[in-house]
Design a protein around this ligand. Structure first.
Ligand code: SF4
Ligand code: SF4
Length: 358
């Protein structure tokens, strides 16, 4: 029986797939390159993984923040099964804190994860099989994990992907590529397409959105995915005054050519003002097309400019129940962990937090 088929029918915390006991008693999460070292009661940077008595658990397994259906080209992915439709899903938490993020409530959705931790959440829990059934009902061709970094709920991503392949659906992973090699190795047999951001070639740009991230690590992660045989397409969202020097953009194109090949697609998207970068203008078309021309001169064969498209946003989506057959009352019932290891209350992290304060 596949892991997906064994997924619990009701919400519960699931063991983090990549965890490691350290000599000092901490447990390390190796899903993303934060590689958080956590003690009992602590949660990782993404807030979606918690240490309980030395074992890490994912709080957000099966918890959906958004669903949408659209063309695969909108991810953006242009060189894998063009003309097909994909069901996009996301959950809460992210490994980055981009100042211009359009998916704030999801990606920085720590209050939703706090509610899950306290056993007070009414977020939707959808088993892998229920999600695949919804995808089949809506006659889509694939499933995309997007809206925030999927590594922070990789347990679910892997189970859904495995089941998706069994049902003839392809899988797409939209990433910031701050992902560990071990996670990429786990996903390689089950993920068909990685749509990966190259946000900048400057460490100081990454430092502002993730203090631990280095350009070299992000690029190495993208290259590793390519080496593992995943179909990789890259994207750069050009932000005025932040990553819009032509020299830097040409450098991104040269890196793609050298490491992913002349035929690897590069998608150039437009920045639209949001959150902490609300004071900046939208990206002028001129710089997007100048980047396009520089990339073509550098030898890249497939460069796409999106005047009308920024990040893969979840803001305009229909309510989840539009896509699911579950009735809204049970979909929005209070989620408490169904596992018995913490007693009748289920898993209430608050209980551990209180105990730590005593
Ligand atoms: S997924 Fe990343 S940010 Fe979240 S706990 Fe694991 S290593 Fe930390
Ligand atoms: S833009 Fe993407 S990577 Fe950055 S915080 Fe938002 S969801 Fe996370």
């Amino acid at each position: 029986m596949t892991k997906a088929a064994q997924a619990p029918a009701t919400y519960q915390l699931m063991k983090t797939r990549l965890q490691e006991q350290l000599p000092n008693g901490d447990t390390r999460c190796n899903l993303c390159l934060w590689r958080c070292n956590l003690r009992h009661g602590q949660r990782g940077f993404c807030q979606a993984h918690v240490n309980r008595n030395g074992t890490l658990y994912n709080l957000s397994y099966g918890i959906l923040s958004a669903i949408d259906i659209g063309a695969i080209e909108d991810k953006p992915v242009k060189h894998f099964q063009p003309g097909t439709r994909v069901m996009s899903v996301g959950s809460y938490g992210c490994s980055f804190r981009c100042q211009g993020c359009h998916n704030l409530e999801i990606s920085w959705g720590v209050s939703s994860l706090d509610e899950l931790a306290r056993g007070e959440s009414t977020a939707a829990y959808v088993t892998p099989l229920e999600l695949i059934e919804a995808a089949k009902r809506h006659a889509v061709d694939g499933i995309a994990f997007t809206y925030s970094e999927p590594a922070v709920w990789l347990e679910y991503v892997l189970d859904v992907s495995e089941l998706a392949h069994e049902h003839g659906l392809y899988t797409v992973y939209v990433s910031n590529s701050f992902v560990s090699d071990e996670a990429l190795e786990l996903m390689a047999p089950h993920v068909d397409v990685l749509c990966s951001d190259i946000k900048s070639l400057r460490d100081d740009f990454y430092y502002n959105i993730c203090k631990k991230a280095k350009v070299s690590e992000v690029l190495a992660s993208i290259h590793k995915a390519h080496e593992l045989g995943i179909h990789v397409e890259t994207r750069t969202n050009i932000i005025p005054g932040k990553n819009d020097s032509l020299e830097e953009l040409r450098g991104i194109a040269q890196w793609i050519k050298q490491h992913l090949g002349v035929d690897s697609p590069w998608h150039i998207t437009r920045f639209f003002p949001a959150y902490q970068l609300n004071h900046l203008p939208a990206t002028p078309s001129e710089i997007m097309w100048a980047a396009h021309d520089a990339a073509r001169e550098a030898g890249l064969n497939h460069v796409y400019v999106y005047d009308d498209k920024g990040c893969d946003c979840a803001q305009e989506n229909l309510p989840l129940e539009t896509y699911l057959s579950t009735d809204p009352v049970s979909l929005n019932s209070v989620k408490k962990c169904a596992a018995s290891c913490c007693g009748d209350e289920g898993v209430l992290i608050k209980k551990y937090e209180k105990r730590l304060q005593e």
